[in-house]
Design a protein around this ligand. Structure first.
Ligand code: SAH
Length: 356
């Protein structure tokens, strides 16, 4: 599938096509950060130039995701007989609003089915959607055709838009009378800096609202068949950020207390620091055979889990090339991988075909 254009309007179609299992090639100038990230992770082909009729000729379907390319690409597709779709639902423009507003929407872990009904309704009513790479990008296809999509991806140790700039964007657009949706991964108030965005809106005197989302802290393990609590195994769970390793001057976590808490430990943003975190937990008294599981890209086609113990999960994850976004669960429940019974066996074939 060829996506013509590499701006933020390409994000929805690219993610939807990937979710459907398509091989996706994006051709366009100045790609947004979330597309660069997908290309660096080997999930899409990305060429930073204008699409040509040759590109189109090699595609089964073309999505035009840049209004500047629309006319030329449309004409080539007609000439070559290749099916073409636009990037969004077209719809009558929304009535002019006098007062702008901001809605912080928790989008869930990445699968478009895991946003809430209220979150989806907000996206459908948006004039501007400010998104980043962990949001369920396929949901952008649901934004009205007139809506502007802005990518403010923050890639670990890579490109990023500063939080101050993100706050400014929300305020600027809402002040211009727009209904702004800040579409975020998981829940906006769980390591999402949603509280800061909320404060920036309040300081600017703008109405702001939050629509909670399904945090990856809960849904990542669940999608991998790991319950965070289980009667007889644990009576609670603790969610921490692993972005700073134990011993870092900026860290405020008591790893000794965590090692002895008896609750399931869920670590977000912890892939780079997992060797240090797990070593510290064991050094602080956690039994080395405590089960652990890392779930990567939960809810997306790239979902994978690696299971081990607190002592070897970091090494096993590295060997399996596990990368962010991933959540690690440490505790007895990580040894429980709930599986659905296998699908019923297909009916037996008759004797003549079985012998062939
Ligand atoms: N507000 C988000 C968390 C943002 S911090 C939430 O509630 O889910 C970003 C971290 O979330 C990532 O480093 C990773 O640890 C986790 N994460 C987000 N999406 C994920 C996914 N689809 N699969 C696994 N982990 C994910």
């Amino acid at each position: 599938m060829l996506v013509a254009g590499a701006g933020a309007d390409a994000l929805g179609p690219v993610r939807s096509l990937l979710n459907a299992g398509a091989v996706v090639r994006v051709v366009g100038h100045a790609p947004v950060d979330s597309l660069v990230d997908l290309a660096e992770r080997g999930q899409i082909g990305l060429e930073r130039r204008s699409p040509s009729p040759v590109d189109l000729g090699a595609a089964h379907l073309v999505v035009v995701a840049d209004p500047a390319l629309d006319e030329a690409v449309r004409a080539w597709c007609v000439e070559l007989g290749i099916p073409l779709v636009g990037s969004r639902r077209s719809e009558a423009p929304s009535p002019v609003r006098r007062q702008g507003s901001v809605v912080l929407v928790g989008g869930g872990p990445g699968n478009p089915g895991l946003i809430t009904v209220a979150g989806l309704a907000a996206v459908r009513g948006a004039d501007v959607v400010v998104t980043d790479r962990l949001a369920p990008l396929a949901v952008l296809d649901e934004a009205p055709a007139h809506a502007e999509v802005i990518d403010v991806a923050k890639i670990p140790r890579g490109a990023f838009t500063s939080q101050e700039r993100i706050n400014e964007l929300l305020v600027e657009h809402a002040r211009a009378g727009k209904r702004v949706v800040r579409l975020k991964g998981g829940d906006p108030f769980v390591f999402g800096r949603g509280g800061e965005e909320w404060q920036a809106c309040v300081e600017a005197g703008l109405p702001v609202e939050v629509i909670p989302g399904v945090s990856s802290a809960l849904s990542g393990p669940a999608l991998a068949g790991v319950p965070l609590t289980h009667r007889t195994l644990t009576q609670g769970f603790t969610v921490v950020s692993g972005h700073l390793p134990p011993g870092d001057p900026g860290s405020t976590l008591d790893w000794g207390a965590l090692a002895r808490s008896g609750t399931t430990l869920v670590v977000l943003m912890g892939i780079a620091t997992l060797p240090a975190i797990t070593a510290e937990l064991v050094a602080q008294g956690m039994t080395a055979t405590t089960p652990a599981v890392t779930v990567m890209e939960a809810g997306l086609p790239g979902q994978r889990s690696v299971t081990g113990t607190v002592a070897d999960i970091a090494r096993l994850g590295e060997e399996a090339a596990v990368r962010a976004p991933a959540v690690t669960v440490i505790g007895q429940v990580a040894g429980l991988s709930l599986q659905s019974p296998a699908a019923p066996a297909p009916p037996p074939r008759d004797a003549s075909s079985a012998s062939g």
